[in-house]
Write a protein that binds this ligand. Structure first.
Ligand SMILES: O=C(COP(=O)(O)O)[C@H](O)[C@H](O)COP(=O)(O)O
Length: 359
């Protein structure tokens, strides 16, 4: 039997650390995909844990969950996925705990896929033959609605917003083209002009609050306000894993602030701040010269890069979930049904609370 090097030091498996890094750097991105990857990582942690006693195994698992949780703060699908898996962990031996963790993660991933396809069929009912859909960012839930519509023979065209600064619109455009959908790609600033040609705005969600507010990629709220002004209905495609339980007890959803270099490179910063310094200063800045870094921190040029924003429920026509379509104001009833009054952090659940009882 393998020995646990130090049961007091929870060992997070390198594969879990890699997944966490991929989520943080957005190689793995989008709320559903993040949830899927987190569940898979917990299964890996369980599979590879070298713990020899149940308490050490539980510490390993909890440490892995925490590392995954701390990557990005806005998509509630991440803590919801971790909580779902951890709640199903049971057994008196390491082998039993391992088996139940792996099975629970597998069940989660299967249900996630099923929910997305059910949601797609429901969302497709809102789309009519020949409709033009405007998208923002890249949402697998939103694309599932279009895919289901296409499968039932409905012709759909798309106006795809580029979505600065990370240009997730390019992913949407590529996947829609693979599905045979005619795509018009536009810069974000052109959205209002092209709303005249759209029959729907269709977006996903990272979190949905108890009052029906939708937290999604920055720019969603402006798009929704413009759509309302132009009379274009706004449809949010979001599996129930996007419902944010903490908002039932008055908590707000954290909006992730990302690195300024997604918006402005070091080189571009130098161009703005000291255009007369020319190429020499540009190259030192790009090389990461310490003096430049310290002058940057003293700079009065501030770049803000919020990754998400909040769209109030009054600008949203329907939230489409795998449990049906809801007006945003009624989503809280579904949340109560699904979550009860859950507010604990994912790693405080199940195995973790049992362990706390023992120590
Ligand atoms: O805002 C984004 C992605 O932001 P980022 O690129 O910063 O992760 C997506 O609209 C939601 O996550 C929904 O996606 P899905 O429907 O695939 O869960």
């Amino acid at each position: 039997m393998e020995s646990d090097p130090d049961p007091n030091q929870p060992a997070v498996d390198p594969a879990v650390t890699d997944t966490a890094a991929d989520i943080a750097t957005m190689r793995i991105r989008g709320a559903a995909t993040i949830a899927d990857a987190a569940a898979a990582a917990l299964a890996t942690q369980a599979e590879r844990s070298t713990a020899t006693d149940p308490a050490a195994f539980e510490r390993n698992l909890r440490a892995g969950a925490r590392e995954l949780y701390e990557t990005r703060p806005t998509a509630v699908s991440l803590p919801n996925a971790l909580r779902y898996v951890l709640r199903g962990v049971e057994g008196e031996t390491v082998a039993a705990l391992r088996k139940s963790t792996i099975e629970r993660a597998d069940t989660f991933r299967t249900e996630l896929e099923q929910a997305q396809s059910t949601l797609g069929e429901i969302g497709a009912n809102r789309l009519r033959d020949g409709d033009v859909v405007m998208t923002h960012c890249h949402s697998t839930d939103a694309l599932s609605c279009i895919e289901a519509a296409l499968e039932s023979g409905t012709h759909i065209e798309a106006i795809v917003k580029e979505t600065r600064p990370r240009k997730q619109g390019h992913i949407t455009a590529r996947q829609l083209r693979e599905l045979g959908v005619p795509v018009t790609l536009i810069v974000d600033n052109a959205a209002r002009r092209y709303l005249d040609e759209a029959d729907h705005v269709l977006v996903g969600a990272d979190s949905i609050a108890a009052d029906g507010s939708v937290i999604n990629k920055i720019g969603t709220s402006g798009l929704a306000v413009n759509a309302r002004e132009r009379g274009v209905p706004v449809m949010v495609a979001a599996q129930t894993i996007k419902l944010h339980p903490d908002t039932m007890t008055g908590h707000t959803v954290a909006i992730e602030m990302r690195d300024e270099q997604e918006v402005l490179s070091l080189e571009e910063r130098v161009e703005i701040e000291s255009p007369s310094e020319g190429a020499e200063s540009r190259s030192t800045a790009v090389d990461g010269n310490d003096d430049k870094d310290s002058s940057q921190s003293e700079s009065d040029l501030t770049v803000e890069n919020p990754a998400f924003d909040v769209t109030p429920p009054r600008y949203i026509d329907a939230i489409v979930t795998e449990r049906g379509q809801f007006p945003p104001e009624s989503i809280v009833t579904l949340m109560r049904e699904l979550f009860g009054e859950t507010t604990a952090e994912p790693w405080e659940e199940c195995v973790c609370s049992r362990q706390t009882d023992h120590h």
